[in-house]
Design a protein around this ligand. Sequence first.
Ligand code: SF4
Length: 197
Amino acid sequence: MKPVHVSTMTGKLKGIRAINTDTTSNPFCQKMQKTNAICKECYSQRMLTSFRKCCVTPFRKNSELLSSRILTKEELPHFVGPVVRFSAHGEVINDTHFINLCNIAAHNPHVTIGWWTKRKDIVSRLRHLVPANVVLIYSEPYVDVPNQVVPEGFEKVFSVYSENSQVGARINCHGGCITCRKCYAHNGIAVINETLK
Ligand code: SF4
């Protein structure tokens, strides 16, 4: 049995446990990097092709494992911490990947999971499978989008604004997820805005 690889994050997500996959071999990520979306400056792609190359192998194993078949109950990881992140690296690959992450969340009802995704197409099909302990966050693909609204099926929208943005968005993400936890709670805060780094 190949276990799911669980990461302990650094940087902005320092100390948070996460289930990641490989951005560099993800067809959705690779396609988006060729567009005008924020993905063209993807931090994950940069890390995994430079100082975090060592993570490609375990993340790629997760990509293969999570997207190829539905995991058995015995294979689902168990978390103790209060919050977990899904897809800090790598986007959801397909429906099987989405269902496996839903099953992992359901297997850990005592944990609140922050799950960022741009895959509105998959969410529209499978939203009914997302357990109540998941905070599903739409990761806006474009920079400086005015007047954000939360898309159907999501609980929050996360957007990025350039330093000289004329849009006037209120920046309310300042880093340090493990203490902030704004995105890891059903708290009525629907719009999260960060300054582009
Ligand atoms: S608002 Fe808080 S929890 Fe959400 S991404 Fe920013 S630092 Fe992390």
